[in-house]
Design a protein around this ligand. Structure first.
Ligand code: ATP
Length: 288
């Protein structure tokens, strides 16, 4: 029953939309399921199988496509502790040795917990935005202080520290996979690479639905609003830009009617979403 219970958190209907992420096909669910299957089995079984967990994943693709959102939801899904979210450039420090120490500190809490609690330790997820900036290809930066190269070495040695990484999952995110030192991306390190691209038209429908869900449920969205029509007009919008568009349209509607109740009555927000009348900060179609 231990096994069955552990398995059941990977429900077959793993649903990104339910998690507030639109535009990801079922295939992404399969990738994540395959990559993290071992995390939902009791540690002694994983040990008997003689494998290690996947320790790292790289999400790459254009800005605003939901990489951070996916990483956070994945942490939740894996019942991890509150993830540590850091920004690559923040790790860099001009003082000798400080950047390496920043890298070591990233792993410190999880290591401490693993020492105390072993396999009972919670999973710690470390999410690194702009990951490329802390692990550029060694020898590529022309930096005479060698800070980048020693950061990369420190990172590699941390990731390779076998035991401590049992309870750590490192998720890097980048728009520039090409800049990253290849050694970091090898099996045993950040070995799962997932490209997250701009959403297609169906994806935009899902994302617009997610971000208008509450307003619709509360009756603030005019029934005349056609999400498919908006999706057709927002070619090349990222998820973040679609969210921004909904926000801009909502503020516009609220701003026109000082009394919020009136917005509901007039369904102004709906008309804004339909016509974009009056020019919101985002105008539909301006990216084509
Ligand atoms: P960056 O590369 O700039 O860090 P990112 O890919 O990490 O961007 P997020 O920060 O996750 O993108 O996206 C910003 C916000 O945009 C999210 O919090 C979410 O509200 C919205 N968003 C982005 N993509 C999606 C998506 N696929 N589905 C639903 N909402 C999305």
């Amino acid at each position: 029953s231990d096994k069955v219970q552990q398995r059941s958190i990977f429900r077959p209907d793993f649903n990104f939309e339910e998690l507030g992420i639109g535009g990801l096909s079922k295939e992404f669910g399969n990738i994540f399921r395959r990559a993290f299957a071992s995390r939902v089995f009791p540690p002694h079984i994983v040990r008997d199988l003689g494998i290690n967990h996947v320790r790292g994943m790289l999400l790459y693709g254009p800005p605003g496509t939901g990489k951070t959102l996916i990483a956070r939801q994945l942490a939740k899904f894996l019942k991890a502790a509150e993830p540590k979210i850091v920004n690559g450039p923040e790790m860099m420090n001009k003082y000798v040795g400080q950047s390496e120490e920043n890298i070591r500190n990233l792993f410190a809490d999880a290591e401490k917990e693993y020492k105390q609690q072993g396999d009972n330790s919670q999973l710690h997820v470390i999410i690194c935005d702009e990951f490329d900036s802390m692990c550029k290809a060694r020898g590529s930066t022309g930096d005479s202080t060698g800070t980048n190269d020693s950061m990369v070495n420190q990172l590699l040695s941390k990731i390779d520290g076998v035991d401590s990484l049992n309870n750590i999952l490192l998720i890097g995110m980048t728009n520039r996979i090409d800049l990253i030192d290849e050694a970091v991306l090898r099996p045993g390190r950040l070995e799962v690479h997932v490209e997250i691209n701009l959403p297609d038209e169906n994806g935009r429908v899902e994302i617009l639905n997610i971000h208008t869900k509450t307003a619709r449920a509360k009756g603030y969205l005019d029934s005349a609003v056609s999400i498919p029509a908006l999706a057709a007009k927002t070619k090349n919008f990222s998820g973040a830009e679609l969210e921004g568009f909904v926000r801009a349209a909502t503020s516009y509607a609220m701003n026109k009617r000082v009394n919020f109740q009136d917005v509901a009555k007039s369904k102004d927000m709906g008309s804004v979403l339909v016509t974009n009348e009056g020019g919101t900060p985002f105008s539909v179609g301006d990216k084509e």
